[in-house]
Structure formats: structure tokens, C-alpha cells
Write a protein that binds this ligand. Sequence first.
Ligand code: AP5
Ligand code: ZN
Length: 215
Amino acid sequence: TNLILLGPPGAGKGTQAKRLVDQRGMVQLSTGDMLREAMASGSELGRRVKDVMARGDLVSDDIVIGLIGEKLEAGGEGGFIFDGFPRTLAQADALAAALAAAGQGLDAVIEMRVDDAALAERITGRYTCGNCGAVYHDKTRPTKVEGVCDECGSTDLRRRPDDTEEALRNRLMEYYKKTSTLIGYYYAKGQLSVVDGLAPIEEVGAAIDAVLDVD
Ligand code: AP5
Ligand code: ZN
């Protein structure tokens, strides 16, 4: 199964992708995570995207299409979850071409719908484990022991530099200007399902499972 999770910043794409990896053995392909890894490793690519990401602007299509291409070639048992990709029409076309070239297709596109006020709450309260990537929230999903990751015990809990209100405004603008057109694009192909992203995490997960199990 190959699945796209489509939705604005903070919609819960990463949270649900991690659950699908654990429960279904799918492979998560998050272009945001790949770019952050490039920054952490101090690579040339990381240096190039640092300021763009901190502002909340989109990185160029060439860069992210290149990143995804490498991962698709490596193969993914259990199917891929595209998390935060595609974000533009050019990226969507490139993905369709890459999947076709690999003899694969797209099984579902799930739009996670959340209103802007809730997104701001989620983004400003978010922190993640620097060791295993688990995602937490100050109010809705705190670690059981303060300062310690539930999953791996690490104390390396971090906040993202682009999780400020100012950068979030930019990220939302980019989403509505460039990414939200993909809703119509996949709807027209008959591939779009919509899930209420405002529901509690478990309910959103159940709604996603229902879509996957029909396909
Ligand atoms: P990226 O890393 O993709 O960030 P994003 O799209 O802004 O998404 P987020 O990771 O912020 O949110 P999410 O939907 O994963 O939410 P999460 O599950 O964490 O992109 C970052 C940047 O990289 C971009 O701005 C751009 O510069 C660049 N980039 C990346 N991909 C690109 C591309 N393809 N093209 C060009 N540029 C690209 O949840 C958020 C919080 O809410 C958490 O605290 C969580 O615990 C909580 N939460 C989750 N679900 C629920 C729920 N149901 N109820 C209550 N709380 C919940
Ligand atoms: Zn951890």
C-alpha cells in the first residue's frame, strides 16, 4: 500500500505515519525529516535549506524530488507513507512518474482536515524525541515522566526552530497557496479521502485504518 498523508502543518501527519510504521510495517518518507537530518549532519544540502526552513518557506522542488527519488529506489516493503510530500503540483507529477517507473501506484490520499486555530495550539506545544522521533505535546500528549521519552528513555527532547507563531503563519500561507491545490488534483483522480483531524489521535488513526482496509 502506498499512501499520501496530506494536510497543513500540525495536522498530525507525522503522528499517524509513525503509528502506521509500528502497526503495519510501512515505510515513512517524510521530506521534512530528511531535510532536518541533512541539517543535523552539517551537509552542503543542510546548509542550503536551513534559512528557508526556519522561515517556513518551501524548499525547491528539485531538492525534495531528488530526496524522494533516492528512497523509492531503495524500495519499501509494506508500502510507503508519503508525509509532507508532495506539496506542489510539480512534486505530485514527479511522484506519479517515479511510482509508475517502479511499477507501482498510489493506493490512497488522505486529507487530514484541521482548522487554523487548532493548528497553532498543536504547533506551539509540540516537542519531539531527538533520538527516536516520537512526537509529544505539552497538553494533549506529554511524556509520562517529564523530560524523558516514553518510547526510548532518551532525555534529548527538542522543539523545532520553525514552530514559532511567525514561521507558522508562513507555513500556513505556503500550504494554502501551493499545497492545497493537490486536494482538487487527487479528488479529480478519485483518490482522495477526507479524515477529521480534530478528533483524538486514536480516532484519527481508526479513520485512516478504515480507508486503508477498504482499498
Ligand atoms: P514538515 O516537517 O513536513 O512539517 P509540516 O508539514 O509543517 O508538518 P508538521 O511536521 O509540522 O506537522 P504534522 O502534520 O506532522 O503534525 P504532528 O504529527 O507532528 O516540513 C517542514 C519544512 O520543511 C517546510 O516548512 C519546508 O520548508 C520543508 N519541506 C518539507 N517537505 C517539503 C516539500 N515536499 N517541499 C518543499 N519543502 C518541504 O502533530 C503536531 C502536534 O499535534 C504534535 O504535538 C502532536 O502530538 C499533536 N497532535 C497530533 N495529532 C493530534 C490529535 N489528533 N489531537 C491532538 N493533538 C494532536
Ligand atoms: Zn525517544
